[in-house]
Design a protein around this ligand. Structure first.
Ligand code: NAD
Length: 435
């Protein structure tokens, strides 16, 4: 459906049908700053209709055999695979409520929907209002794959309106949420009167620890990637790099040189490795962090405010920012404590193993960490003591999807998936060592 200006107008997907919305929000193309589609601005009424559809579909869907459900899911997976090109072009037990963020929008949404419906739940999903198109495209495939009406319902809209209506609906007993820690606090408050079961996958302030015996060639290439991949807008991205003092200056120089090789540009530029940030507001927030660091006496070694950003005319109103490296910064400063979620990383020196463990743990988050050392005993010693759901050694983002995933402290709750395979699931961390 398109509006008078020819802009794509999304519709909610309820009980297997696309339902036109009565009001819409603008959704912006981050690479140009222009409106490129309009998203339903749903609220309690639309959520109510989706809950009814999910309730109606539940008895038949939950009584299907696992094999029958698997057949339908496999068909959906095949259809998704066949449509991958279309998705790439679009860029960027019970009624379970699924709320997902704007980064990795299709990946994180399907990661919630697939296991939930595989075991017989019916769901209401609320994707981020900033990245709704891929979820809407997925809805088209659900009917084709034979997913019965009402098993997956998608209600688009803003968090405080559509999201809260879902969280506070008495007949939605489980909320699976991926997003910021601040929103999770609100969700915990809103769902408390109903004692809802919550799964929360939240923010991070992920350290990389580089010991003097690390393979620096591999470490620098990987740590530039772990800091700036997807513009730093991955919850697992590195944002604090602790380097042993004996190699600190050498590391810093090589790291900054390697960072400068990363070209910022439009999604259609094959040479570009860094794209636009999600929104104008988010870009401003990330820039403010760099400014705060500078005001506090830190050094900006490259990127924001130091180098010049060259963009094609078409992209000059886009939300782009250069990858930025900060040094000489105090552990207590906001850039070292708070999640920035942009292309900004801080590099600091440390002296001893004991000291770096304490400093790496001295934030409220505990999602992911990386240890770089060729001493396997040290890797195990340090990884064990890091307050982090995931620890990579001499690598980053190598994933085995059967292993438990999730954070400690303010990075999340609900790692029950690990319960079956581990006795003390809250103590489990996933350590991946590259040999
Ligand atoms: P966000 O918390 O602003 O929004 C996430 C989702 O929650 C969106 O769909 C939003 O509309 C909705 N929402 C907002 N307010 C709500 C409310 N009051 N009630 C119900 N729903 C509400 O997060 P974001 O900016 O979209 O995403 C970035 C954050 O997500 C970062 O903090 C990042 O670290 C985190 N994240 C974590 C993981 C992980 O697996 N740990 C993965 C990806 C992103």
């Amino acid at each position: 459906m398109a509006d008078q200006k020819g802009l794509l107008m999304l519709e909610n997907f309820i009980a297997g049908k696309f339902v036109p919305a009565s009001s819409h929000l603008d959704s912006f193309d981050p690479s140009t700053g222009e409106v490129y589609c309009r998203v339903p601005d749903s609220g309690p009424k639309e959520v109510e209709a989706a809950v009814l559809a999910a309730k109606d579909a539940f008895p038949a869907w939950s009584s299907k055999s696992p094999q029958e459900r698997a057949q339908i899911l496999n068909k959906l997976a095949d259809l998704l695979e066949q449509s991958l090109e279309d998705f790439a072009q679009a860029e960027s037990r019970d009624q379970a409520g699924l709320i997902s963020p704007w980064n990795l929008p299709l990946y994180l949404l399907t990661w919630k929907i697939a296991p939930a419906i595989a075991v017989g739940n019916t769901v209401i999903a609320k994707p981020s209002e900033m990245t709704s198109v891929t979820a809407w495209m997925l809805c088209k495939l659900l009917n084709k794959a034979g997913v019965p009406a009402g098993v997956v319902n998608v209600v688009f809209g803003r968090g405080p309106k559509a999201g809260e209506a879902l969280v506070s609906h008495p007949e939605v007993p489980l909320i699976s949420f991926t997003g910021s820690t601040l929103t999770a606090e609100r969700i915990m408050q809103q769902s408390a009167p109903y004692c809802k079961k919550l799964s929360l996958e939240l923010g991070g302030k992920n350290p990389a620890i580089v010991f003097e015996d690390a393979n620096l060639d591999e470490c620098i290439a990987t740590t530039v990637r772990s800091s700036f991949a997807n513009q730093g807008e991955i919850c697992l991205c590195t944002s604090r790099i602790f380097v042993q003092r004996s190699i600190y200056q050498d590391f810093l120089k090589r790291f900054v040189d390697a960072t400068k090789q990363w070209k910022v540009g439009s999604p259609s530029d094959p040479a570009a490795s860094v794209g636009a940030l999600i929104s104008k507001e988010h870009l401003q927030k990330v820039r403010n962090y760099v400014q705060k660091a500078q005001d506090g006496g830190a050094q900006i070694l490259c990127g924001e405010g130091v180098d010049t950003l060259n963009l094609p005319v078409r992209n000059q109103k886009g939300y782009f920012m250069l990858p930025t490296v900060i040094a000489d910064i105090k552990d207590e400063s906001p850039c070292m404590q708070e999640e920035i979620f942009g292309p900004v990383t801080c590099v600091v020196a440390f002296d001893t193993e004991e000291e770096v463990i304490q400093r790496a743990n001295s934030v409220k988050y505990g999602l992911a960490a990386t240890v770089w050392s060729s001493h396997v005993g040290r890797v195990h010693r340090v990884a064990k003591r890091l307050q982090s759901g995931l620890v990579w050694a001499n690598c980053w983002l190598i994933r085995e999807l059967n292993l438990p995933f999730g954070g400690m402290k303010a990075s999340g709750i609900g790692r029950e998936g690990a319960k079956d395979s581990y006795e003390f699931f809250t103590e489990v961390k996933t350590i991946t060592i590259k040999h």
